[in-house]
Design a protein around this ligand. Structure first.
Ligand code: DC
Length: 235
């Protein structure tokens, strides 16, 4: 009888600045390993969409708390496109959460400690069985400090803005490059300086600068770390 090899299931944390290619890389790594993929930025975007649509001020913490009890965020894989799409209260809002109006407010929402606590708790539940690739800002530091593979991604801000501009253009939204650069700079600043689980590189995260890399190279880099984590001799 053939022996069955059961691979250890890991948590792979991919953190870093906005628009460095985290999601594209994480998605491809998850597909290669048959792991689940969780885009945690989509969750903060969905909360932002909910608050804006319900005219809830980000400063009205009573209403924000109420909203967090009421709203429901989940993910569903679109079989046709292979994309993982975010559902807010059971409705697919994947395209809505990517619009600039959400990008312009999401960092203000994601600084709110009660929002972070709710999202981190849900992310920890989603990854409790491991076998997951999660991308965000605080995965390797706060959500899964025990992740076996931690990658911290960065890239030149102009290159990042050009990539984001092309993505938006593909969806029919034309945005000047300067506006995107300003949005990225503002988000990087807010994300890195907030009090609650700020964006920072975990001490044990490997740095990946994607300025001059193509997606395949980024994916290979992460998969090499995965192999090292799976097959490293135990000391
Ligand atoms: O990855 P993204 O650009 O879709 O994320 C949107 C925003 O959500 C980002 O500006 C900061 C916030 N975010 C966060 O605070 N923590 C995470 N784990 C993921 C995203």
């Amino acid at each position: 009888m053939a022996a069955r090899v059961v691979m250890k299931q890991l948590v792979i944390a991919i953190d870093g600045y906005s628009s460095c290619g985290k999601s594209t890389t994480a998605k491809a790594v998850a597909a290669a390993l048959h792991y689940a993929y969780v885009d945690t930025g989509a969750m903060y975007r969905a909360v932002t969409l909910y608050l804006l649509e319900h005219n809830i001020s980000f400063e009205d913490l009573g209403q924000v708390e109420q909203a967090l009890h009421t709203l429901h965020i989940s993910f569903r894989r679109n079989r046709r496109t292979g994309r993982n799409e975010v559902l807010l209260d059971g409705v697919n809002r994947e395209d809505d959460i990517r619009q600039m109006v959400i990008s312009n407010s999401v960092s203000e929402v994601s600084v709110i400690p009660m929002v972070r606590h709710a999202m981190v708790a849900q992310q920890q539940r989603m990854g409790r069985k491991r076998g997951v690739v999660m991308d965000g800002r605080d995965i390797g530091t706060t959500v899964f400090p025990d992740a076996e593979v931690k990658v911290f991604m960065t890239a030149d801000v102009v290159v990042r803005a050009q990539r984001r501009q092309a993505e938006l253009a593909e969806k029919g939204e034309q945005v000047p490059l300067e506006d995107i650069i300003e949005n990225l700079r503002k988000r990087d600043h807010l994300d890195s300086t907030r009090a609650e689980s700020p964006l920072r590189r975990a001490a044990d995260a490997v740095l990946l600068d994607t300025t001059h890399l193509v997606i395949d190279e980024q994916v290979d880099f992460v998969l090499e770390r995965v192999s090292a984590a799976l097959f490293a001799p135990r000391g």
